[in-house]
Design a protein around this ligand. Sequence first.
Ligand code: OAD
Length: 238
Amino acid sequence: MRTSIEAARERVRRAKRVAVLTGAGVSAESGIPTFRSNGGYWRQRRFEDLATPQGFARDPKFVWTWYEERRRGIARAEPNAGHRALVELEARAERFTLITQNVDGLHERAGSRNVIRLHGSIWSLRCLGCRREIEEHAELNELPPLCECGGMLRPGVVWFGESLPAGAMERAASAVSEAELLIVVGTSAQVYPAAGLIPMALGAGAAVLEVNPAETEFSDDVTFALRGGAAEILPALL
Ligand code: OAD
């Protein structure tokens, strides 16, 4: 494991096939809380109540109140220098795939194009009745919101115990297996199958560069571990 930014920058400069895996930490400097760091959502709330189908079935209004509060917070937030550096990296690389666990849409707002969203989108709403999925950015006045068909809408995100969107993990795995460099930014790497992309890249012989102010379970195994915030480290890598 190396910690030199110069060596990491040189590796990034040479890389033609790049995959990136991001988590909540990449949006932290945009003012959006993470899940497991200090001040993170799961430090004060039970994920069982807020991010499982069972929790939603028990109290949809409670779950929607939390999601709507997050939606409004995200709507006020702006992409940061870390998101923007990944846009620049995409423009430079021959092949580039951005795999994100985030549901905030900030990568897309910054201008990233080839994005795989493993955990869905907080801007999408799915009907439990007719299964239709709609995109809605406006404030939701009535909670839980209802579909035109009268069915209840749920957040279009992946909850614990649910499958990932069809094909998303397959596309992510294929991008990682083809990449010579995987950059892992702002994830505690505790949630699978997303975290499994890191050992997959290492097993395939790719260089893995971790950007995180804290250590993760994979820090000892990665090729480069850079400690610091995404908005500082990612631009410094270019
Ligand atoms: P976590 O909250 O588990 O981890 C956030 C990571 O970001 C931690 O390792 C922090 O050290 C790091 N971090 C904090 N500030 C940072 C900064 N400024 N720059 C870079 N890194 C920073 O979030 P995820 O790993 O994304 O799932 O969590 C994975 C999944 O668990 C989420 O997608 C969500 C959650 O429950 C669902 O909702 C299904």
